[in-house]
Design a protein around this ligand. Structure first.
Ligand SMILES: [Zn+2]
Length: 186
């Protein structure tokens, strides 16, 4: 999962498109819906084919320890409260800002249904590819999993504000910025 262009580059492009999947009580992916299959096939994302996704832990597809911890808390919170939880986040492609919503809803026996909906897109004048860095180094940049801002000089800014040129690749490690931390506090 390291040093390759991210799965996010291949997600749906049209507002209103949804991806639905389900996990069991152990957070193992048990079901993906037809839209997932269509987008995996039409976007040449073999790593997301049904055979590679069903039976895998959901956390296998989440980067960064802080983000993983957030997901575990969120899934457990929905199970114990029995109430669906949703929030907005960003899932950008290199030249598109994508505003998404995710909803986690409880099912029977600790199973959960996760619905991800594309709300809107906005073009980005620069093409910025994000690559997962294996570990934090002097060259890597922290990126927020929720709002997609990057850390620079103790501030969190849009990646294009780094002014690294018209087409660039950034090596990033994933975390959650302080603003999003407050927003998603369960
Ligand atoms: Zn953030």
């Amino acid at each position: 999962m390291t040093n390759r262009i991210e799965v996010a580059d291949k997600l749906p492009a049209l507002p209103g498109e949804v991806i639905i999947y389900e996990v069991d009580a152990e957070n193992i992916i048990t079901r993906i819906d037809a839209s997932w299959k269509v987008f995996a096939e039409s976007n040449g994302a073999p790593e997301l084919n049904e055979a590679n996704v069903i039976g895998k832990p959901l956390l296998h597809f989440v980067s960064g320890n802080v983000t993983k911890k957030f997901w575990i808390n969120l899934l457990n919170h929905v199970r114990t409260s029995g109430i669906a939880h949703s929030f907005n986040y960003r899932c950008d492609a290199p030249n598109t800002k994508r505003h998404m919503n995710i909803k986690v809803a409880p099912l029977d026996a600790g199973h959960l249904r996760i619905t991800s909906t594309l709300l809107s897109t906005k073009p980005r004048p620069l093409q910025i590819h994000f690559r997962r860095a294996q570990q934090r180094t002097a060259a890597s940049i922290a990126r927020c999993s929720m709002c997609n801002k990057v850390a620079y000089n103790k501030e969190w800014i849009e990646a294009e504000e780094l002014n690294r040129g018209l087409k660039t690749t950034l090596d990033v490690t994933y975390g959650i910025c302080p603003v999003c931390h407050v927003k998603i506090d369960l």
